[in-house]
Design a protein around this ligand. Structure first.
Ligand SMILES: [Zn+2]
Length: 390
């Protein structure tokens, strides 16, 4: 009985520390009293737990500006000691592999483009663990302060089990990637879908104000839309929430090479779909890539402009459906095609003319600048989250 009581007190302490870390991470710096008010716990509880985390070096404190005109004690603010721990993030995307090392607040201390991982699963495990050791060494962060490794991958990833259901290569399917990499690297490893990793980047590392509920529309070779609901990504019962790319938009549309059905959003508006349409219309013999398509659009190539307008129009319909269905505080859009202003305008126009019951101000949209490293950085954010905030 006494032992159970001891165990439950220990668990309560851990729970308190977790709650305190979450409040400080998302709202800090804060005074101890503000933390106590936020959590509805006593000031001594906060003081004891904060003291433990200060001693550990995870938190830091400093004098804030006095809020009153009286000369008196300045408030002591508590915040994360951003350089007390580090995280390694990797993204194996459809356009390349990227790695970075960040601190707890997303400052990138080291980054590197990697060669694409081997299709051979065993070979890939060895390559990736060797690369991780090299990355940690070259970043010059103390190895014992590295929390772990995060890996973002396209496809259907079961993050909780650490397995790839379907992904880059069929030879990786159903393999226990997180556990296998953990054995190779001797570090904790977490994996998730790369669009979800970018959503964590947006929430934790982008330096922008982020509502606790928002959606992240990622338009790349494929299309996905993770949902961040009250600071947690909705995974759904089968880890498939957010797969808007394979919802049908045009029943008689082109066949999607991924899901095999006709007219899903990805078959109409992904970079792969846009490229396929440009090639089908203007010829396969030219070396079209998405950058060249965007350039042609800027130069006023009427065929390309028509293809882009249609592709962005379908994305606009999907985005309006998202607003109508879940009414997020923000729709954050990450896609190279939105570097062209014309496409941003077109999307906003289509969204606004398809809203139901929401004003145009309530349907808040932002376009994020393209960044090759936000997936890798998001994977590092996921490590911070899983280690300290979950
Ligand atoms: Zn599809």
């Amino acid at each position: 009985m006494a032992r159970n009581k001891g165990a439950s007190l220990f668990n309560l302490k851990l729970l308190n520390q977790l709650q305190i870390r979450r409040v400080i991470y998302y709202n800090g710096p804060l005074t101890r009293q503000q933390i106590a008010n936020e959590l509805g716990v006593s000031l001594p509880t906060v003081t004891t737990n904060v003291a433990a985390m200060l001693a550990d070096g995870l938190l830091t404190e400093y004098e804030g500006e006095s809020t009153t005109s009286h000369a008196g004690r300045r408030p002591q603010l508590v915040d994360f000691n951003a350089d007390s721990r580090f995280a390694v993030g990797l993204e194996f995307g459809p356009y390349g592999a990227f790695a970075c090392v960040t601190n707890l607040r997303g400052r990138i201390l080291y980054k590197k483009e990697l060669s694409s991982p081997s299709k051979n699963y065993e070979r890939m495990l060895i390559d990736v663990s060797t690369q991780c050791q090299m990355i940690i060494r070259e970043s010059k962060v103390p190895p014992h302060q590295v929390l772990g490794i995060g890996v973002g991958l396209p496809g259907f990833i079961d993050s909780q089990r650490g397995t790839v259901r379907t992904g880059l290569y069929s030879s990786w399917a159903d393999r226990e990637l997180a556990a296998d990499l953990r054995r190779q690297t001797y570090l904790p490893v977490w994996i998730d879908n790369n669009a979800r990793m970018r959503t964590y980047w947006r929430e934790m590392f982008s330096g922008r104000d982020t509502p606790s509920t928002f959606v992240y529309l990622f338009v790349s070779k494929g299309i996905a839309c993770p949902l961040m609901i009250k600071n947690d990504i909705l995974a759904g019962k089968h880890a498939s929430a957010g797969e808007i790319g394979h919802t049908t938009i045009l029943p008689d549309g082109p066949i999607c090479p991924t899901c095999g059905r006709k007219g899903c959003l990805e078959s109409l508006s992904s970079e792969a779909a846009i490229l396929a349409q440009v090639q089908a219309t203007l010829g396969h013999d030219t070396t079209w890539d998405i950058q060249k398509v965007l350039m042609a659009q800027r130069q006023g190539n009427s065929t390309v402009c028509d293809i882009m307008k249609q592709a962005v129009g379908y994305l606009g319909l999907a985005a309006a459906n998202i607003f109508n269905f879940i009414s997020p505080n923000l729709l954050s859009i990450d896609g190279l095609i939105f570097e062209n202003e014309e496409n941003r305008k077109e999307l906003i126009e289509v969204v606004q003319s398809n809203l139901f019951g929401l004003s145009t101000e309530e349907a808040k949209i932002e376009f994020l600048p393209h960044n090759s490293y936000s997936g890798a950085s998001g994977a590092a954010a996921f490590v911070v989250r899983q280690s300290l905030l979950a």
